[in-house]
Design a protein around this ligand. Structure first.
Ligand SMILES: [Zn+2]
Length: 172
């Protein structure tokens, strides 16, 4: 974020939509953070802190504004998360290792986990398991047996798949 405070303050005064997702306005007096285009009254500059990601704003203890919903919209999440999602979706027949994922995007696995959870509210493992079990459900609907399906969705036994599947349906 290479903009000056005055530049950004001007953006929020004008409610300029072009900068939504580029930076966030955190309001120290209310503990709320907003998109630059938020329609709410522009806060006094002394109460404003600008932050580059919604995640950082949340980590600093700010809550998302109910008016502009700064957590919504795909462009507020790092682009590389899509690589992770595709990779998980393309590897349903086995467990995916942390190392593969961190190598894929060249980031620490803890960073990957943090951003992933922030976007999906599921861990990498939970997300991957859901994909695998949804695939199992589809294959069952096509008439395949559990015995045929379990190696295709990364379960070592029919028993393991059955257990996970029942639990999955139970929580859906
Ligand atoms: Zn707002």
């Amino acid at each position: 974020m290479n903009y000056s405070f005055d530049f950004m303050y001007d953006i929020i005064k004008n409610r300029n939509k072009d900068y939504d997702g580029v930076f966030f306005t955190c309001v120290k007096s209310t503990g709320i953070f907003c998109l630059p285009s938020c329609k709410a009254k522009t806060p006094f500059s002394k109460n404003v802190e600008f932050i580059s990601t919604a995640l950082e704003a949340k980590e600093k203890g700010y809550r998302p504004c109910r008016r502009c919903h700064p957590m919504n919209g795909p462009h507020f999440y790092p682009k590389w998360l899509e690589k992770i999602e595709t990779y998980l979706a393309n590897n349903l027949n086995r467990a995916v290792l942390d190392l593969e994922l961190s190598n894929l995007v060249n980031l620490e696995i803890s960073t990957v986990r943090r951003h992933f959870k922030n976007k999906h509210t599921l861990s990498l493992k939970e997300f991957h398991r859901n994909l695998r079990l949804e695939k199992a459900r589809k294959l069952m609907q096509e008439g395949k047996t559990m015995k045929e399906i379990h190696p295709l969705v990364g379960y070592q036994s029919v028993k393991g798949l059955k257990l996970a599947y029942t639990k999955h349906l139970g929580i859906m």
